[in-house]
Design a protein around this ligand. Structure first.
Ligand SMILES: [Zn+2]
Length: 418
């Protein structure tokens, strides 16, 4: 058993003072506020929970910062994808294991609580009939650095809407429904007790509606369901052409989208979709740094928030691994597009840092299907102590300001306490 005493801690319902936390068997057993420290408590001044990471393609870390040159005049997401495919087709199992292990360690060090790994490079480079080895390497890497993982094996069958055949450079991603269900069953046996699986469709362009229904009917009803949606306007246009609807509207009309679902990006939404997605209680999985890096567009967070929409953040391409910087980018994109200032806040939480962190932890736990919901009973303990690096700090005791500064300034650091 381990015990902690925090002078100020960000709990699911806001900041509390004099918080004592008891951890046993790897789980938080109790959280008490306005109490006194006891002998043997590990102490810290201002503490926030580690952040769930709801979206990662860990192999893309190998090209972080290496695609920042112009390939052609209309350089965009699709030309970046050509480079990314070259990388995906050059890495073997050992490469996957190495990049996963170092990236998962970085996620831990920078303040992430877990990772949801959206895994689609299934086929072994040297033995394409082997669809297990790559996924096993990722599970092993996560286990070795003790980062809780929700592994999301991805169904990826087509290159575009209307069941277009895969391109040559997409062959390593190829699975049909039977192969997908076999992989899922195999990984259920391989995974460690603290690891879990979720259902994943690459995107509406890469799977057919029939395939989605088959997979959802065959697999556990409590598993999280993740899908890329409406990241690029080109895929929105193609969806309109084939299905006569934009992707989110079509998905909401054709599937029972609820708390289990996490819609990655959901960048391009109509007003009605924004409202309907919020009401579904699904998570909008935002990846602000990658979305900015790839020139995707800006998610309408202000409207979504006003409809009480749930959201979370992911490191996606892992071009940078830093939850505070993801939230800064998210907040700044809103300010730039709305020409307003502290929009990421509400009546109960005026501080942007606290509002952003609380919302993203709650949404992240839901999307992960893991006990990473912060400093609360039955959750996995992962605490971040905030420390000011500014010796002339006049606000050194103000928890709200310290968290704002972690996100918006550069003079507050984190120390991880597990
Ligand atoms: Zn992605």
């Amino acid at each position: 058993m381990r015990t902690y005493f925090f002078q100020q801690a960000l709990l699911p319902d806001g900041w509390s003072n004099n918080v004592r936390v008891v951890v046993d068997k790897g789980v938080i057993q109790s959280v008490a506020s306005d109490v006194e420290a006891e002998q043997g408590d590990q102490t810290a001044r201002v503490v926030i929970p580690a952040m769930p990471n709801i979206h990662s393609h860990v192999f893309q870390r190998a090209m972080a910062g290496c695609s920042e040159y112009r390939l052609r005049e209309d350089d965009d997401f699709w030309s970046w994808r050509e480079l990314m495919y070259k990388l995906a087709n050059a890495m073997d199992v050992a490469d996957f294991y190495d990049i996963a292990k170092s990236s998962f360690q970085t996620m831990k060090d920078r303040g992430y609580a877990n990772v949801c790994e959206f895994h689609y490079v299934h086929r072994d480079l040297n033995d394409p009939s082997n669809t297990y080895a790559q996924a096993e390497a990722i599970l092993q890497a996560a286990d070795e650095v003790q980062l809780p993982i929700t592994l999301l094996p991805v169904l990826y069958s087509y290159s575009g809407f209307g069941e277009q055949p895969l391109l040559k450079e997409q062959q390593r991603f190829a699975l049909n429904v039977d192969e997908y269900l076999q992989l899922y069953a195999h990984l259920e046996k391989q995974r460690k007790p603290q690891q879990r699986l979720g259902i994943c469709f690459h995107s509406l362009r890469a799977v057919s509606p029939e395939q989605m229904h088959s997979v959802l009917n065959a697999l556990p009803k409590e598993a999280p369901v993740h899908i890329h949606i409406a990241e690029q306007t080109a895929e929105v246009d193609q969806c309109m052409t084939l299905y006569g609807q934009t992707p989110v509207a079509w998905l909401l009309d054709n599937f029972d989208v609820n708390e289990r679902w996490c819609l990655i990006h959901a960048t391009h939404l109509t007003e009605q979709e924004t409202k309907d997605l919020a009401q579904s209680n699904a998570i909008a999985g935002l990846c602000p740094l990658t979305e900015a890096n790839l020139g995707d567009g800006i998610f309408p967070l202000e409207d979504y928030k006003n409809n009480r929409g749930r959201w979370a953040i992911g490191s996606d391409s892992n071009v940078k691994i830093n939850p505070a910087e993801e939230l800064q980018m998210l907040a700044y994109s809103q300010r730039l597009s709305l020409r307003k200032r502290v929009v990421c806040s509400d009546q109960s939480q005026a501080h942007a840092g606290s509002w952003l962190w609380q919302q993203a932890v709650a949404g992240g736990a839901q999307a992960s299907g893991q006990a990473v919901g912060g400093i609360a009973r039955n959750q996995i303990p992962a605490f971040l102590a905030l420390q000011s690096n500014n010796p002339a700090d006049a606000n050194r005791d103000r928890a709200e300001t310290l968290l704002d500064r972690l996100i918006f300034a550069d003079d507050v650091g984190i120390e991880r306490i597990d």
